[in-house]
Design a protein around this ligand. Structure first.
Ligand SMILES: Nc1ncnc2c1ncn2[C@@H]1O[C@H](COP(=O)(O)OP(=O)(O)OP(=O)(O)O)[C@@H](O)[C@H]1O
Ligand SMILES: Nc1ccn([C@H]2C[C@H](O)[C@@H](COP(=O)(O)O)O2)c(=O)n1
Ligand SMILES: [Mg+2]
Length: 218
């Protein structure tokens, strides 16, 4: 039950009453969005944000912005991980996500967290820091054949330092070894909503995405 919007920093839209304890507990509504590099996570999140009122937070975008921020003590470390396709320690990423959630103001229906949690360290850190403040409704898993994903990354044209063959191969290895097990973890909890999107157009994928959100009452 949504009972209020007032939080100490006036930033969270949803304040729900914990029916069991009677205590007021703040819960951010969250959908994680995972899938291989180039599967279309950012593309679909932009549409969900526009049409369904969720705020899109890309962990990769937040890390790239932090890398560029003058005076950041993490810039070099982030760049090294991005180039190597490895995963930045969760303390950094989780703090960036939480700050962005707080900064997003009061209008969000919920948060689409794109590209997170990407490994066990991400998941453990999230549970530790954000578990009690969030409700993860489901994991939107955008799957696609890896050859298609590689082509899309190489043709993305956004000047990303990791859209080259060497970095993409490393990102895919990390995805297979570290991220896929996280998807399997959520699958075991019955929380994965997979959309097979390799050969579908963005419009076709979005039609299925909208259905998933509709089915979840979001
Ligand atoms: N269904 C689709 N069909 C064809 N091209 C697509 C489709 N979805 C996205 N693209 C294109 O593929 C590229 C990668 O898409 P996008 O950036 O959304 O992927 P991503 O999953 O966020 O990737 P990353 O994990 O590397 O951030 C972009 O150039 C995008 O325009
Ligand atoms: N949870 C995350 C998300 C991203 N990164 C780093 C490493 C990724 O290869 C890179 C790009 O992410 P993308 O934009 O493709 O989602 O950012 C990370 O370390 N941890
Ligand atoms: Mg992306």
């Amino acid at each position: 039950i949504i009972v209020s919007v007032d939080t100490p920093d006036n930033s969270s839209r949803l304040l729900r009453r914990a029916m069991s304890s009677g205590d007021a507990v703040r819960l951010y509504d969250v959908v994680f969005v995972l899938g291989p590099p180039g599967s279309g996570k950012g593309t679909q999140c932009a549409r969900i944000q526009e049409n369904l009122g969720f705020v899109h937070l890309s962990a990769g975008d937040l890390l790239r912005a932090e890398r560029q921020r003058a005076g950041s003590e993490f810039g070099e470390l982030i760049e090294t991980h991005i180039k190597n396709g490895s995963i930045v320690p969760v303390e950094i990423t989780c703090k960036l996500l939480e700050n962005a959630m707080i900064a997003s103001g009061t209008a969000a229906k919920g948060f689409l967290i794109d590209g997170f949690p990407r490994n066990q360290n991400n998941l453990d850190g999230w549970v530790r820091e954000m578990g009690a403040k969030t409700k993860v409704h489901f994991v939107l898993y955008l799957s696609a054949e890896l050859e298609i994903c590689v082509d899309r990354c190489l043709n993305r044209g956004q000047g990303r330092t990791d859209d080259n063959v060497e970095s993409i191969q490393k990102r895919i290895t990390t995805y297979n070894n570290q991220t896929f097990p996280i998807i399997q973890h959520y699958e075991q909890l019955g929380l994965v909503r997979e959309i097979k999107c390799g050969t579908k157009t963005p419009d076709q994928v979005y039609a299925e995405v909208a259905q998933v959100f509709g089915n979840a009452g979001l």
